[in-house]
Ligand binder design. Structure first.
Ligand code: FES
Length: 161
């Protein structure tokens, strides 16, 4: 609708916006959006890009029915825990060849990857594993067993219950 020169415009009929102003507003909105995304991205940078790994030290209660020489493997852990008349001990179930998880049996350990075999105390009976399985540090308190997967101890080390 055109307005005659000299006539007052109605508030319901605003003056049309020039194309130059529309383009100027669009560029301002683009800059504001870019600045917003840059700011959000800046706050995301300091976060670590990896997940924290679980602690190597854990505490577990041994089952009351655990027989001497029978392995107890806590869920989600690469450790076999044993109890015998001399005490409690833990053997790592990480194969010393290439790091597969060995299966604990009542006779010893079997590696499913390349066939290495180990005795119940972790000594190698069949290669290609180059050395025995690691024995891990164990402590007991309040009926619970604490195992530190990051600390090895000499083979045969037991903690009295
Ligand atoms: S990883 Fe166990 S035998 Fe190779």
């Amino acid at each position: 609708m055109t307005v005659k020169p000299g006539a007052t415009r109605s508030r319901l009929d605003p003056e049309p916006m020039p194309r130059r102003d529309v383009l100027g507003l669009l560029s301002l909105w683009s800059m504001a959006t870019a600045l917003l995304f840059a700011t959000v991205g800046m706050f995301r940078l300091p976060k670590a890009a990896v997940l924290a790994s679980p602690s190597k030290k854990f505490r577990v209660a041994l089952p009351d029915t655990l027989a001497a020489g029978e392995p107890f493997v806590p869920p989600g852990r690469a450790v076999a825990i044993y109890r015998d008349p001399e005490g409690v001990y833990a053997i790592s179930t990480i194969c010393t060849h290439l790091g597969c998880i060995v299966h604990a049996t009542t006779q010893g350990f079997e590696c499913p990857c390349h066939g290495s075999g180990f005795t119940a105390s972790g000594e190698v009976t069949r290669g290609p594993a180059p050395r025995a399985l690691d024995w891990l540090q164990v402590s007991t308190s309040g009926g619970l067993v604490t195992v530190d997967e990051g600390v090895t101890v000499p083979s045969g080390t037991r903690v009295p219950v």
